[in-house]
Design a protein around this ligand. Structure first.
Ligand SMILES: Cc1cc2nc3c(=O)[nH]c(=O)nc-3n(C[C@H](O)[C@H](O)[C@H](O)COP(=O)(O)O)c2cc1C
Length: 491
């Protein structure tokens, strides 16, 4: 028999607390996000707060069956607390007046719009990076230190930028990298990225910490669409084995083990947004976990003892190609080759982990000459991510020897601001830029790209930039992002 809302509401304190139809009383002290946030929603429908930050099978996995109390008659349950954010009405207004999708001409435009229209906590989680966010900014900045040495008088009437990654063909040399908590940006979450990737024949890496269930994301796949699994390694290796084997059985074509996150980085934008959220509503006498933010709250299961010694075990449990995601020095790339994995992602997690980690593009320039010299560059895929926003950025990495480039935040921002249409447009813009830039550097196919087409000598220079030329920068008329439309206009 379904429980009544009044029965649920009776249990809204730390003595006896039911979350919907689950008794979470004993779980309260163990909740990675702190007990304050559970108590805040106790006795009410907390679905909207719960869903974006917990994959659907969370309660099944982590709460003993005896605490599953059965269905609640939702018609009788007090509604979730109204929007806590006093700026919410204003945000909706901004959303209604956001620029037309056709006014977005590049990936930064999506970021500019997303910043205006996303909920505060969601924006904070997506946009945040570690400590002073130096590495996040360096990721894009480093790409400014690589310049082209184009060829001329090459027949580039037909340009083909399709390529192969881990043996799978794809239409372009970029992929959707794994980013957690898709439902913070869009109510449908990661499946939106799956559908857009399908339209463009682009590979998608599915995150362990997706808001949608893994099976929902795989079910959204069509035809021969290629998906990979990003893995955070669980302390409980049985759980890890189960996840990996399930992904393989469901057709994932690559296992990307994240190796740069033995502990999640300290992301202050994210932490601050959570502080406001929990702080004002907590019941008297309860500790609020103000120190966490969404990131840390969802990641306490990750095994900090993961080491090189575990790699053979992964090879023993799966036939999927294995790639280590988050490698940051050539010595570790060589170790990865020795360990018998099929590739690495040179990445610093979008600047969200170790601040002052070097950019992926710099590590790529350090790595490829060594691999080439030792004849190890064939049959070993070197991916890179972090700060790539233009096709010219992607081409620089391909020239230096990358197999493919991961794009993170830009697709999240496009999804948050415009849904699937936005992600598709973002991918199309990258492809349009790709075609133009391939022509302009004088290459008709990805196979024609090589290190001689770029000057990357500046990459390793970490000194402060040349002082700003204040006079000319005052006179310079900057490019602008698309404007909001006037109040009266309809979508
Ligand atoms: C919001 C967000 C969530 C992320 N979640 C994960 C994750 O769960 N696992 C992971 O390995 N990397 C994760 N990353 C890192 C990305 O896979 C990728 O390394 C990074 O976003 C690339 O930089 P970019 O955002 O500048 O393109 C995340 C990045 C962002 C921005």
């Amino acid at each position: 028999m379904a429980l009544k809302g009044s029965q649920v509401a009776e249990h809204a304190d730390a003595e006896s607390c039911w979350g919907k139809a689950y008794d979470v009383t004993e779980f309260l002290p163990d909740h990675p996000g702190g007990q304050g946030v559970i108590l805040k929603y106790a006795g009410r429908d907390a679905t909207r707060a719960f869903d974006p930050v917990h994959p659907p099978d969370t309660l099944g996995k982590y709460l003993d069956a005896s605490k599953h109390l059965g269905p609640v008659d939702m018609a009788t349950v007090a509604a979730e607390a109204g929007e806590d954010d006093p700026d919410e009405a204003e945000r909706r207004e901004r959303l209604a007046r956001r620029p037309l999708l056709s006014q977005c001409y590049n990936l930064f435009d999506f970021e500019a719009v997303a910043r205006r229209v996303m909920k505060r906590a969601a924006w904070a989680y997506y946009s945040s990076a570690a400590d002073d966010e130096m590495t996040m900014r360096e990721n894009h900045g480093a790409l400014h230190r690589v310049w082209f040495r184009p060829r001329v008088l090459v027949d580039v009437e037909k340009v083909d930028f399709s390529t192969t990654m881990l043996g799978a063909k794809c239409s372009a040399p970029f992929y959707v990298t794994a980013t957690a908590l898709g439902k913070l940006g869009h109510p449908e979450g990661e499946v939106v990225l799956t559908r857009a990737a399908r339209s463009h024949d682009v590979i998608q890496m599915i995150p362990t910490l997706a808001s949608c269930s893994f099976d929902d994301i795989v079910d959204a796949r069509r035809g021969g669409q290629v998906q990979w699994l990003q893995l955070y390694v669980n302390k409980d290796r049985d759980v890890t084995r189960r996840i990996v084997r399930h992904a393989e059985a469901r057709g994932c074509r690559g296992l990307f083990i994240t190796v740069d996150a033995p502990q999640l980085g300290r992301r202050e934008k994210d932490m601050r947004s959570k502080f406001t959220d929990g702080g004002s509503h907590v019941q008297a006498g309860q500790d609020t976990d103000t120190s966490q933010g969404a990131a840390r709250a969802i990641s306490s299961f990750i095994d900090p003892s993961l080491s090189w010694a575990d790699v053979p075990w992964f090879r023993s449990i799966t036939a999927m190609p294995i790639v280590l995601k988050g490698v940051q020095r050539v010595e570790d790339v060589l170790r990865a080759v020795d360990a018998g994995v099929q590739g690495v992602v040179l990445s610093n997690h979008g600047g969200r982990q170790l601040d002052f980690a070097r950019s992926g593009i710099e590590v790529l320039a350090e790595t490829m000459p060594v691999l080439r010299e030792r004849g190890l560059d064939r049959g070993f895929d070197v991916f890179v991510d972090g700060g790539f926003r233009r096709a010219s950025d992607i081409l620089k990495a391909l020239c230096l020897g990358a197999t493919g480039v991961g794009i993170g935040r830009p697709f999240l921002y496009a999804m948050s601001a415009y849904g699937q249409d936005g992600v598709e447009r973002a991918m199309q813009l990258l492809k349009d830029e790709m075609e133009m830039n391939m022509r302009l550097i004088g290459c008709a196919s990805v196979g024609d790209l090589h290190p001689g087409l770029v000057d990357a000598r500046g990459l390793f220079v970490h000194s402060n930039p040349t002082p700003v030329d204040a006079l000319s920068s005052t006179v310079y008329d900057p490019l602008v992002v698309p404007p909001q439309r006037p109040k009266a206009a309809k979508l």
